[in-house]
Design a protein around this ligand. Structure first.
Ligand code: CMC
Length: 447
């Protein structure tokens, strides 16, 4: 008779244990009972990079990496990209259901009426160096919002928490656009309540002195679709940081700042920027074979925009983005000269045994940068364009974590590999330290 349990025999002691299996998972704390003696703490698991550990139960986003499936609250991401707006998707992520017409109208009204930031935020952004990276400015400024809304620390009060969630989604585009304007030495443009969420962001970023600022609705729609595709991605690096910070009951502003900092890295949301820099460095289709050879030989770095911890099949977001790229190129009337390089990289990588055997496929970042480039958005802004829509996903995950009775402050264990107790050495008896040799960087994290 099959049972939903796992029987473990500890060959160190000969003892046998039976632990429950639920949803294909065992509880790590059930292993604690496996001990060799009274002074043994109990069996731990070792899982650097969380390769095989569920840190939470979540009902928000579902991914099947082998089949290339991504769903928000049950809806396939390509259907949402086809039929919904980003604000509908943000509502869905945070509330569990798609909004009705009146719910969406109310949500849109609330977001639209919180897009302004305190004037001191303007002077705060003004204080950055002229060449500051906009992502660094975004991280710092969103964290600084915590000081403007001290009530935000009451994270268990639903009304207060929801007010900050609205503010965060509303103010991210303003801060993002102003970070860009600062880096360009251009005056800040205040939000316009007449515009949609995405159009308002483009307006604040791009308006110069036109009497009436106009942007093609299909350009706005393309960016909105990109926002939908980036809105959530379950327990990736930045979301885990968001939950980790939130688990100490820190307010959502500092938690989003931390999550955005995690997103900034080139192995995560910074990959879109890295892809474009890589394509520019390769420069022409003729140089692709030599570049691929270097990557395979381990001397040319990684093929940025390829590979994923979870997807071992085509990233479903990349599929939508590739189609979108063609539409945007038609719309703006020019193809990026780097598109040819990207297509050739993809063609070779998808037929080369090195990439095929490791199941390395293009991910969301491979083509998104080419679209941003076609929209004349500078490379530095690419990770910022990831952070704006991911805010709704982070907040949905943050709230789910706070309301989950099983969650506790995030506090992993370690395997201690340092010295055992030793006697303090007085200054005169100390020998010069032998610092560990610099190691070659080895990327090991992912979304
Ligand atoms: N180019 C060349 N080789 C690669 C690549 C790549 N992009 N990605 C993985 N590999 C190799 C890696 O060297 C290793 O080979 P071996 O088994 O011989 O040592 C094998 O594939 C497995 O790699 P891993 O580092 O153990 O895999 P991971 O799951 O820890 O890392 C990843 C996933 C996304 C960090 C990695 O694929 C990568 O660095 N990709 C490039 C950066 C990138 O595009 N990041 C964006 C991720 S999706 C956007 C987001 O949502 O954040």
């Amino acid at each position: 008779m099959p049972k939903d349990t796992l029987t473990i025999t500890d060959n160190r002691t000969g003892k046998t244990y039976e632990v429950p299996v639920s949803e294909g998972t065992i509880r790590a704390t059930d292993l604690r009972q496996i001990r060799t003696g009274d002074d043994d703490f109990g069996l731990l698991t070792y899982d650097p990079g969380f390769m095989n550990t569920s840190s939470c139960r979540s009902a928000i986003t579902y991914i099947d990496g082998d089949k290339g499936i991504l769903r928000y609250r049950g809806y396939p991401v390509d259907q949402l990209a086809e039929n919904a707006t980003y604000l509908e998707v943000a509502y869905l992520l945070m509330n569990g259901e798609l909004p009705t017409q009146s719910e969406l109208a109310e949500f849109t009204h609330d977001i639209t009426h919180h897009t302004f930031v305190h004037e001191n935020v303007r002077t705060f952004i003004d204080g950055f160096r002229y060449d500051a990276h906009p992502m660094g400015m975004l991280v710092a400024t969103v964290g600084a919002l915590s000081t403007f809304y001290p009530e935000a620390k009451h994270v268990m009060d639903r009304e207060i928490r929801r007010a900050q969630m609205t503010r965060l989604i509303a103010k991210m585009p303003t801060i993002a656009a102003w970070s860009y304007r600062h880096s360009m030495g251009m005056p800040f443009v205040y939000p316009s309540n007449e515009l949609s969420y995405t159009e308002n962001f483009l307006y604040m970023m791009k308006r110069i002195a036109e009497p009436k600022f106009e942007i093609h609705p299909e350009v706005v729609r393309a960016l909105d679709v990109l926002f939908i595709l980036h809105a959530d991605h379950e327990q990736n690096c930045s979301t885990s940081v968001m939950r980790g910070i939130g688990s100490s009951r820190a307010d959502p502003y500092v938690a989003v700042a931390g999550a955005a900092a995690a997103l900034y890295g080139p192995l995560h949301g910074g990959a879109n920027e890295a892809v474009l820099r890589m394509l520019r460095e390769i420069g022409s289709v003729n140089n692709v074979p030599a570049f691929i050879k270097e990557v395979k030989g381990g001397v040319g770095g990684r093929l940025m925009g390829f590979g994923h911890r979870v997807y071992k099949n085509y990233d479903p977001r990349a599929r939508v983005i590739k189609r979108l790229a063609d539409q945007v190129f038609d719309l703006v009337g020019r193809k990026s000269p780097l598109l040819g390089v990207a297509l050739e990289l993809e063609r070779i990588a998808l037929s080369d045994d090195y990439f095929v055997s490791r199941k390395l496929y293009p991910n969301v970042d491979f083509y998104s940068g080419l679209i941003y480039e076609a929209l004349q958005i500078p490379v530095d802004m690419f990770p910022v364009l990831f952070a704006i829509p991911r805010t709704s996903g982070w907040l949905a995950q943050y709230e789910e974590m706070l309301l989950d009775k099983e969650q506790k402050i995030a506090r992993p264990r370690q395997i201690f590999t340092g010295y055992d107790e030793r006697k303090f050495v007085p200054m005169g008896e100390r020998k010069p330290s032998r610092l560990p040799e610099a190691t070659k960087s080895s990327p090991r994290e992912t979304d």
